[in-house]
Write a protein that binds this ligand. Structure first.
Ligand code: ADP
Ligand code: MG
Length: 699
């Protein structure tokens, strides 16, 4: 029976080895031990792992699986997997299916072919993967997938999951210290939660295949603006075309089978652009699920003769795609720590977490910015598109009024009934409509969580969440150190909050983040950094304050940060290099011939017109224009080629990335401008690939 005719709850998570399956299949004590591990992040003994592995294998085999894989998140940005079958030889030569606790807990892929940014030279090439029991195993395409972390043998982390898990422990520990100060004795773990809204484009597969740039780089490197873009604003939330709807439907079903709580789907601002939002989950699970979502988005599109583009800027002049990382902290006794709550104590506790967050964002805005930095996302951040490259925070007028009143020891003009112990008015209850009006802020408070809007659509959410968790932990730790030793808690708390707000409110901005005035005010008056590009912000990773924070909490060592910075910068230059080569290929092999063909046709017409004595024909002007533009195209090609040759003189990754940004990328823009102009004058009969209106409007 097609899933579509079944009740969703009958197949939701049917391919996941989750709590329900474990309760059915594991002995009680083993089940309890696994649940304890999942809740507290503690490790699991080897005899327990054996029982779990065996049950997992039996379950997977019953569902038709033949292989298992340790599934991990190397620094490539995509996931990696190596499949092993369950087959083992018996001593009598027969075959049995086996899966041991050892195999569940640890795998040993060769680490040498994954980016390690210099770590490989210094340390061992061998790497291992370690099971992350907090994220459920699942079956996909006949294989049992085991979510894992990936490290080198000497312990250096080589992936995106390990630091995330570490940062989750760190923020839990510090948040608990604050909860204890407010008299909470029940919570034993605080988990960051994340909900990743995912934007994407769908284009027709046949058209996609005709564009080398889309095929190789995921974005159009050429393309004149179509007569119609998004100016009519008729796509956002518009009704969904049948073909797209069928795609979304199948995507939802496949996600649900993997236990991924896909919730919202709609058309986005740009033509052919859409969005999917899941229900939030614990940060590491949300990160795993977002990777799977992106993978399935691409895979299922092909079944519908569509291609899903996750690039941040597939089309120039049309909105790009981002990813919003909604984030909060949730305690295992059921509180959302960014929910203002109903009682004065809850309110004060909320204000404490809020002020910690404000300080963290102000102090570590460079880390947030660089967590969203990539060649693709440079086309959005700092390029007059949502959101700006300056990290600021939107908290809304009401909340700001409360903090101002706290600072000035006055009464806030908000409708509140109760008074805080520390002498400010209680917070009004927030509803989303009150707080989420600002769409231009990179970090917006939306009632009970913060929404970070800088991420690019293709990014993993791991890095951002590592930053959020660690920087918030850092400030909570300072708060706890100060408050734990205080003589009078309420006096000390008020003094701390007022001081924090005073020192860090420069990061709060409730106005229009897209305006030029804001850039001026932010950088000149408020001293907020404005890192326009990836190459400007990535080196900040190694700033003393950042290194000492990560080392203090043992999330990254300095060597690991240096290696990550290198990997990311290397990736940047490689991406631009591939794009430049693709442009050259298309210009020389496709655009030149097309322009020449058309010029020939125009010249032929011109000759026959001249033959009958007509002078000053439009054909003559056109032929001249075509010929001079082709000359310009040729010069631009030569300049781009030269810049790629010049790039070979540098091998320092920092200098090289600057060179790619300032020289190569600039030459690419120049080449594009000429080609795009040619597109508008060359007959479509000769133009060698589908144009923007085909791609954007023919789904
Ligand atoms: P909008 O488009 O207005 O930003 P959506 O409803 O599309 O709103 O997305 C909101 C996202 O925030 C969803 O993924 C939702 O699950 C997530 N979210 C809600 N509460 C929390 C929370 N406490 N922690 C993390 N994410 C949350
Ligand atoms: Mg959003």
């Amino acid at each position: 029976m097609a899933e579509s005719s079944k009740n969703v709850s009958s197949y939701f998570a049917c391919n996941v080895f989750n709590q329900t399956v474990m309760r059915e299949r594991l002995p009680k004590d083993v089940f309890k031990a696994v649940m304890q591990t999942k809740k507290m992040g503690t490790s699991l003994g080897s005899n327990i792992a054996n029982v779990v592995a065996n049950a997992m294998k039996d379950w997977a085999v019953e569902k038709g699986a033949t292989h298992y894989t340790h599934w991990f998140h190397p620094m490539t940005g995509v996931t990696a997997e190596k499949h092993d079958s369950f087959l083992t030889h018996n001593s009598d030569g027969t075959i049995i299916l086996e899966f041991s606790g050892k195999e569940l807990i640890k795998g040993e892929p060769d680490a040498s072919s994954f980016p390690s940014g210099g770590l490989r030279a210094t340390f061992e090439a061998r790497g291992y993967t370690a099971w992350d029991p907090t994220s459920d195993a699942f079956i996909k395409d006949g294989t049992l997938y085991i979510p894992t972390a990936f490290c080198s043998y000497t312990g250096e982390i080589l992936d995106k999951k390990t630091p995330l898990l570490r940062s989750m422990d760190v923020v839990s520990e510090q948040a608990l210290r604050i909860l204890r100060l407010f008299g909470n004795t029940t919570a034993t773990r605080v988990l960051p939660t994340a909900g990743a809204e995912q934007e994407y484009f769908l284009v027709d597969k046949t058209l996609f295949d005709q564009r080398e740039d889309l095929l190789i780089t995921g974005r159009t490197l050429f393309g004149a603006k179509p007569p119609k873009g998004q100016e009519l604003e008729d796509h956002y939330f518009g009704n969904i075309k049948e073909r797209v709807s069928a795609y979304m439907h199948e995507l939802d079903e496949e996600l649900w089978k993997l236990g991924i709580p896909a919730k919202t789907k709609h058309n986005e601002v740009a033509p052919a652009q859409h969005e999917l939002a899941p229900v939030f989950e614990t940060a590491n699970i949300a990160a795993d699920h977002n990777q799977l979502t992106m993978e399935l988005m691409k895979k299922i599109a092909l079944k519908h003769d569509l291609v899903c583009l996750l690039h941040e800027k597939p089309f120039a002049g049309v909105n790009g795609s981002g990813k919003h990382n909604n984030w909060s902290l949730s305690s295992n006794d059921g509180q959302n720590l960014l929910d203002p709550g109903d009682t004065p104590t809850e309110n004060t506790q909320f204000l404490t977490f809020l002020c910690a967050f404000i300080k963290a964002v102000h102090k570590y805005s460079d880390l947030l910015r660089l967590s969203a930095a990539s060649a693709g996302n440079d086309h959005r951040l700092g390029a007059n598109e949502a959101p700006p490259a300056i990290v600021s925070m939107f908290i809304g007028d009401e909340l700001q009024a409360i903090l101002d009143a706290l600072e000035n020891d006055t009464k806030a003009e908000v409708n509140s009934k109760t008074k805080f112990k520390i002498g400010v008015d209680a917070l009004p209850s927030f509803n989303k409509d009150n707080t989420d009006r600002n769409r231009t802020s990179p970090m917006a408070f939306t009632g009970n969580k913060f929404e970070f809007r800088m991420l690019g659509s293709a990014d993993s959410i791991s890095c951002t969440n590592v930053m959020m968790n660690t920087m918030v932990a850092d400030v909570l730790c300072e708060f706890a150190d100060e408050l734990e030793g205080a003589e009078d808690f309420n006096t000390a708390l008020k003094e701390l909050l007022v001081r924090t707000y005073k020192e860090h409110k420069a990061v709060i901005f409730n106005g229009n983040g897209y305006s030029d005035e804001w850039v001026k005010e932010a950088t000149e008056t408020r001293g907020l950094p404005n890192y326009i590009s990836t190459v400007d912000c990535l080196p900040r990773y190694l700033d003393e304050k950042n290194v000492s924070m990560f080392e203090k909490f043992k999330v990254y060592s300095k060597v690991e940060i240096a290696s990550r910075t290198e990997i990311l910068l290397e990736n940047y230059t490689k991406v631009i290099n591939i794009e430049a080569l693709t442009m050259l290929d298309m210009a020389k092999k496709q655009i030149y011939p097309a322009v020449m063909e058309y010029t020939k046709e125009v010249c032929n017409t011109l000759a026959s017109i001249k033959a009958v004595g007509i002078e000053n024909a439009a054909q003559e002007k056109l032929a001249n224009k075509l010929s001079s533009s082709l000359g310009c195209l040729d010069s631009a090609v030569k300049e781009l080629e030269q810049s790629l040759i010049d790039a070979k003189d540098t091998d320092n990754v920092y200098e090289l990335s600057q060179f790619y940004r300032n020289e190569v990328f600039a030459k690419m823009q120049a080449l594009r401008a000429i080609a795009d102009e040619l597109e508008t004058i060359v007959s479509e009969k000769y133009w060698p690939f589908p144009v923007y209106s085909d791609l954007l409007f023919k789904v």
